[in-house]
Design a binder for this molecule. Structure first.
Ligand code: PLP
Length: 447
């Protein structure tokens, strides 16, 4: 047997002390690195030939069929039954006759745009809302034929894709409107669009006092068809209603002007989840439901008003567990020290999966129905938690082993770890949290 070539060459500081006593009584790590053989001087002929062999890609038909949980011990579960329940609760709240747009931007707030869109369309939604052309294309490629609105005007260069995939853009600049009209006419098409009106959020949209003129200016265009007019509220989730009412008034005046000019505004919509749940007067012809669809409350004010079921839970399995002696540190920078009576378990989920590093030493995980403190800095791909091995009173001692399931978000019996709580700890909103969990974790769907 060849064995491994030791390249340390006895430069380990521990050995140095013995081998080189005259050099320093107290050698530092930097001293120890002096005289290390540079990497490019290592003998090329000691590299075995198999190391430079190029792997040949396997044919897709030969790929092993493994589930997400078999490939990685961290995943998000999405309960499509909850999505269905939430849509029914929203319908009950807004009453019949008002269309529901399911907002599935950013991968359905991290829940997976296509499965959520399908579940929503099967349970009362008739429109889909996305942020980007690519998100619209992904829905079309998945065979979804429902109207898809791009809620923010995309680049003019994307117009060929909009026409090809029959997406419906929000428009708020004359340049885009004319370019879309030209391209549509050139292709003998009439393209529907929605006018985005700014009533006070000051993010996007034609100023509310210019909305009528804007539409009149482009009304000659045979390639364009106004399908709807909408605005977006900045404060629908706040206790104070002053700014909300101001935006509503401005929107109503803009609509009045549009109608006065003899233009039919089509589908009028304004409400996000908070507005749809709180203010009947904001529903118009359609509501745009994002966060509530996923079972999260847009604010505390909606909590007593509508019963929502969170659709996302986040799971992992213990990938390592060991006792750690008293005083030993855990994870980068050793921000936690073992009290000695604990075992430390590692789970393969980290900030690369949406578990913010800011939560380090500030959150619990749920194992076997018991809350255990997360300890040490959360790493990119994993984090650690503590199992107290001391028995205390009537609480039975628990232990874990490799493979045991750990809840990061979700409910086990009466104990629940919520996205709401995590958002509070982080000083952010629930939207931010669930979008992050959607980035890398594989999603597993249940109905
Ligand atoms: C994201 C978004 C929504 C959905 O808002 P929620 O608060 O998640 O319901 C509605 N309208 C527009 C324009 C949006 O960008």
């Amino acid at each position: 047997m060849d064995g491994f070539k030791v390249i340390d060459g006895g430069k380990n500081p521990k050995h140095n002390q013995d081998n080189n006593p005259g050099r320093s009584d107290n050698p530092t790590l930097f001293d120890a690195l002096d005289g290390e053989k540079p990497v490019d001087e290592l003998d090329a002929d000691t590299i075995p030939s198999w190391l430079s062999a190029t792997p040949t890609p396997a044919a897709p038909s030969q790929e092993p069929q493994l589930s997400a949980q078999e490939r990685r011990w961290a995943w998000a579960e999405i309960d499509l039954e909850a999505i269905k329940h939430n849509l029914k609760a929203i319908r009950k709240r807004i009453g019949p006759g008002i269309k529901i747009m399911a907002v599935v931007k950013d991968e359905g707030y991290g829940h997976g745009a296509v499965p959520v869109a399908k579940a929503a369309l099967n349970n009362g939604a008739s429109f889909l809302g996305v942020s980007t052309v690519d998100e619209g294309i992904a829905l079309r490629r998945a065979g979804i034929t429902a109207p898809v609105i791009i809620l923010a005007e995309p680049p003019i260069a994307s117009i060929p894709a909009i026409l090809h995939y029959q997406l419906i853009p929000a428009i708020d600049t004359m340049e885009f409107a004319l370019a879309l009209g030209e391209e549509s006419s050139a292709q003998n098409k009439v393209t529907p669009f929605h006018l985005k009106v700014d009533t006070g959020m000051n993010r996007l949209g034609v100023h509310h006092s210019d909305a009528g003129d804007f539409l009149r200016t482009i009304s000659f265009h045979s390639g364009l068809e106004l399908q709807g007019v909408f605005t977006h509220f900045a404060t629908a989730d706040e206790q104070d209603t002053y700014e909300f009412k101001l935006q509503l008034d401005r929107f109503n005046s803009a609509l009045e002007t549009i109608r006065y000019m003899g233009i039919n505004p089509g589908i009028v919509h304004a409400a996000n989840s908070a507005a749809a749940i709180r203010y009947k007067v904001a529903s118009f012809n359609m509501v745009r439901i994002g966060i509530a669809l996923y079972g999260l409350h847009p604010c505390e004010l909606t909590r007593g008003v509508i019963d929502l079921h969170p659709a996302m839970s986040v799971h992992a399995r213990v990938s390592y567990v060991k006792p750690v002696s008293v005083g030993e540190g855990v994870s980068y920078n050793l921000t936690y020290r073992s009290p000695g009576s604990v075992r430390i378990a590692t789970v393969p989920i980290g900030y690369g999966d949406g578990l913010s590093r800011v939560l380090s030493n500030r959150m619990d995980v749920l194992v076997k129905g018991r809350l255990c403190p997360q300890v040490g800095n959360i790493c990119m791909d994993m984090c650690m938690f503590e199992i107290n091995m001391r028995s205390s009173g009537r609480v039975p001692r628990i232990d874990v082993e490799i493979g045991d399931e750990v809840l990061i978000i979700g409910r086990d019996g009466d104990t629940e770890l919520t996205i709401d709580n995590m958002a509070r700890t982080l000083g952010t909103n629930t939207y931010d949290i669930c979008c992050r969990f959607g980035l890398r974790l594989e999603k597993v769907y249940s109905e």
